[in-house]
Design a binder for this molecule. Structure first.
Ligand SMILES: [Fe+2]
Ligand SMILES: [Fe+2]
Length: 281
């Protein structure tokens, strides 16, 4: 196991108001309604996903003997609780803009997590959480490292929240991977879980994006598809796919992709000053 260089990471609160996002379909990324709505769709399923992962982490916490890893699980839970709370407030506003309910927008992926929560063992749920964390970490890494893409986001509270979330997904990317391994999850388990989980999770996770795109009247907007698919293919899908495949490599560990430099860069840009004090989530 690769040891983390720091034993913990802070839990930060931002408490933003998202009414500055605007009602236009491309309010988040001017000129690109598809990627704008993709970000909004992902935001819709973060809170239920984070609740699923928090429950999975709590279900195995007592089995972890190493104090440093237990402390990181605690910090992981509190970071995810902050993300869920922040995105929930944004989502209520974003869903209201198109007259929909955020829980309904992402019902399939919520159903998938509810099914896993009901039927899977704590160890399997930890493995699914480690796989989900791989998705969030590699997506975050790609967005944080592509400055042209990041700079195309409209400046404001929504961008600040997305970048804050991305920083923290990089910070805690290895926690549930290590927890799954610590409670006896083998490398074969980890790889098999990812292989089985990917297609249902990606399919169910795409539907909220399509629903929002449709709700904004963009499904027949040919220019929106062209611009969106061009950015999606070149800047998102390909780099994310290559990083996704790393999970199948024997001996893989999330910390093989160090992101400290990206985290530091974005903390400076967002004026995030860590006092070391933890919030009470
Ligand atoms: Fe999160
Ligand atoms: Fe996470």
């Amino acid at each position: 196991m690769i040891r983390r260089t720091s034993t913990s990471f802070p839990v930060r609160k931002i408490g933003n108001d998202y009414r500055d996002v605007g009602a236009a379909p491309d309010a988040l990324i001017p000129g690109n309604p598809m990627i704008s709505q993709m970000m909004c769709g992902i935001s819709m399923f973060f809170p239920p996903g984070e609740r699923f992962m928090i429950a999975a982490a709590k279900a195995v916490e007592d089995q972890i003997e190493e104090p440093a890893l237990r402390a990181e699980i605690d910090a992981f839970v509190r970071q995810e609780a902050q993300h869920a709370s922040e995105h929930s407030r944004a989502n209520k506003y974003l869903a209201r803009l198109v007259g929909l309910d955020s829980e309904q927008i992402c019902r399939e992926i919520v159903g998938l997590w509810e099914f896993i929560e009901k039927h899977a063992s704590p160890k399997l749920r930890a493995g699914v959480t480690a796989a989900t964390e791989h998705f969030t970490a590699i997506n975050s890494e790609v967005v944080l490292s592509d400055l042209e893409l990041a700079d195309s986001f409209a400046e404001g509270k929504a961008k600040q929240m997305l970048m804050w979330h991305a920083i923290e997904e990089c910070e805690h990317r290895a926690v549930m991977f290590d927890a799954h391994k610590d409670i006896g999850g083998s490398e074969l388990d980890r790889i098999a879980i990812m292989a089985v989980y990917t297609i249902p999770a990606v399919t169910a996770g795409t539907l909220p994006v399509i629903r929002l795109f449709a709700a904004h009247g963009q499904l027949t907007n040919r220019a929106a598809w062209t611009t969106g698919l061009s950015v999606f293919g070149r800047r998102l899908a390909w780099p994310i796919f290559t990083k996704y495949l790393q999970y199948y490599r024997p001996g893989f560990h999330p910390n093989h992709s160090p992101t400290r430099h990206l985290e530091q860069y974005w903390r400076r840009r967002l004026n995030i000053v860590d006092t070391g004090a933890r919030t009470t989530a």
